[in-house]
Ligand binder design. Structure first.
Ligand SMILES: Cc1cc2nc3c(=O)[nH]c(=O)nc-3n(C[C@H](O)[C@H](O)[C@H](O)COP(=O)(O)O)c2cc1C
Length: 219
């Protein structure tokens, strides 16, 4: 069992966060949930209360920047929680946070955690976005840039970027068996009504990807 940091971002797939958090808890994992401001738009009060209940902590930018000003000695969540965690799962990972973590931007609690992350610890990313965003060349580029931080080979990156395929790049990252796994999105009718690729992977697939990276860590 592991200490898991679960990141939530501003995708409509955040409505599945309670299901995933419950499943992680049922497997005996300890959970801290870090939610971006926009992710909270997708949680009704009961869901947020449930996430608070199943986790040790539910942290947001308010916990990162408490009060009106900094107090000397004040603890800093993005450092403390990164040290605490054995692994991170970002589910859903939206296009905006993907772009930020690929470039090293750190303008909120979740991206600051990533900017201070220890890449010897495993990670699962579960991208979720509209098909147009998924097929946009930035998705493959940003996934590739981030995966390089886990030692993914740049030659394969170059090839997949040429193919301009987000799926191909994910498959290549997963095959490389570094500490990073991408839970592949699926094709279905999306929240916007479009049919296509980009819906977040089912909870079971995210759990499977996590088992996989935790297993590799032990090997
Ligand atoms: C109703 C609605 C649904 C959205 N769904 C998604 C989504 O599934 N994937 C995505 O990448 N962006 C989605 N967005 C856009 C993000 O919420 C937006 O880029 C936001 O700035 C992300 O902030 P964050 O990455 O800090 O959470 C959605 C926006 C709205 C208004």
């Amino acid at each position: 069992m592991a200490k898991i940091l679960l990141g939530l971002t501003g995708s409509v797939a955040t409505i599945k966060a309670t299901e995933l958090a419950r499943a992680l808890q049922a497997r005996g994992h300890e959970l801290v949930i870090a939610a971006t401001s926009h992710s909270q738009y997708f949680l009704v009060a009961e869901e947020k209360a449930e996430l608070v209940q199943v986790s040790l902590e539910f942290v947001t930018d308010s916990e990162e920047w408490p009060g009106n000003s900094y107090t000397k000695g004040q603890e800093i969540p993005h450092i403390r929680l990164g040290e605490w965690a054995d692994a991170m799962v970002i589910a859903p990972l939206d296009a905006n946070t993907l772009a930020k973590i690929a470039l090293g931007l750190s303008d909120n609690l979740l991206t600051s955690m990533l900017r201070a992350w220890d890449f010897s610890k495993p990670m699962v990313l579960a991208p979720a976005m509209n098909t147009r965003m998924w097929n946009h060349p930035f998705t493959a580029l940003h996934l590739g840039e981030f995966a390089k931080l886990y030692g993914w080979k740049s030659e394969s990156s170059q090839k997949s970027a040429e193919n301009n395929s987000s799926i191909k790049i994910c498959e290549s990252i997963n095959l490389d068996s570094t500490g990073l796994q991408i839970a592949l999105p699926v094709e279905k009718v999306l929240a916007c009504g479009d049919f296509g690729m980009g819906a977040m992977a089912p909870t079971e697939a995210i759990l499977w990807a996590l088992d996989n990276v935790l297993e590799n860590r032990r090997a």
